[in-house]
Ligand binder design. Structure first.
Ligand code: F6R
Length: 248
């Protein structure tokens, strides 16, 4: 099978619908499926669509398990910028996921290294990940695996690039953006059975082109997705514009 599969659609809403189709089909087939979920601007429309389908009785999350990709170090769930807070606002409070089935790395843990190991253990205990839904940073990161991160990395504490801090400043209400986060490692992400990469907006077109057509290397973390047997990229046409413009 050729990977990644490319799905290019007209709008952010359509990206969300296509992605929700994958989640819906998976949970129909496997009601206790294990999902990896991202935060940020990209998945907001997907979570809105998941809420809509739940409300319409189309998706049941009661047995699903979710693991988030990352969390800032030192940010409490009720503080601006928290990914736990983001997930509660956009998804947990809107569908019938059980709180005990929704995991996010604890960026307030006294022993962050132990927290990373615990996270890996939990993923192993549930039998691994069925579907990892990812976004991509403008520097090519997936999760907070910044350029230069080993493709073998497991869940770890990472230094967040300045460009990533700036890209996330909008969520912090003027407070400083933390320079550290816990992220699921690329090695962990690559063990997911299926991967869905969501890409929207013209500001992602350059990095999407590099990730999909440039050399596979640690300077563009998302490029490694080309070595995974089952990746689907769902992009709106603005994000895919440079790919489409490439001569055959
Ligand atoms: C967030 C995450 C990041 C984002 C990426 C894109 O949990 O894992 O890799 O997916 O930074 O962010 P947005 O969607 O805000 O452009």
């Amino acid at each position: 099978m050729e990977t990644p599969r490319m799905v290019v659609v007209e709008s952010v809403e359509e990206v969300a619908q296509r992605a929700a189709d994958y989640v819906e089909a998976l949970l129909e087939r496997k009601p206790d499926a294990v999902l990896v979920l991202p935060t940020g601007r990209t998945p907001v429309a997907l979570y809105r669509e998941m809420k809509r389908r739940y409300a319409a009785g189309r998706i049941d999350f009661s047995r699903a398990r979710t693991f988030n990709l990352d969390e800032w170090v030192g940010v409490a769930p009720d503080e601006p910028g928290s990914y736990a807070g983001f997930m509660t606002e956009h998804l947990y409070s809107r569908v019938n996921l059980r709180p005990e089935n929704c995991l996010i790395p604890d960026g307030l843990a006294a022993d962050l290294e132990a927290e990373c190991r615990r996270y890996e253990d939990r993923i192993r205990q549930v039998g691994g990940v069925d579907l990892a839904v990812l976004g991509i940073g403008q520097n090519g990161h997936i999760g907070f695996n910044e350029p230069g991160t080993s493709f073998e990395a497991r869940t770890h504490v990472t230094a967040v690039d300045l460009s990533t801090q700036l890209a996330n400043a909008y969520a912090f209400d003027g407070r400083p953006v933390p320079s550290r986060a816990i992220t699921m490692g690329i090695g962990t992400i690559l063990e997911a059975r299926d991967i869905l990469l969501l890409v929207t907006g013209p500001e992602k077109s350059e990095i999407l082109l590099r990730a999909l057509t440039g050399p596979v290397g640690e300077d563009v973390p998302a490029s490694i997705l080309r070595r995974h047997p089952s990746v689907t990229v769902v992009a709106d046409y603005t994000a895919a514009s440079r790919l489409a413009a490439r001569p055959d």
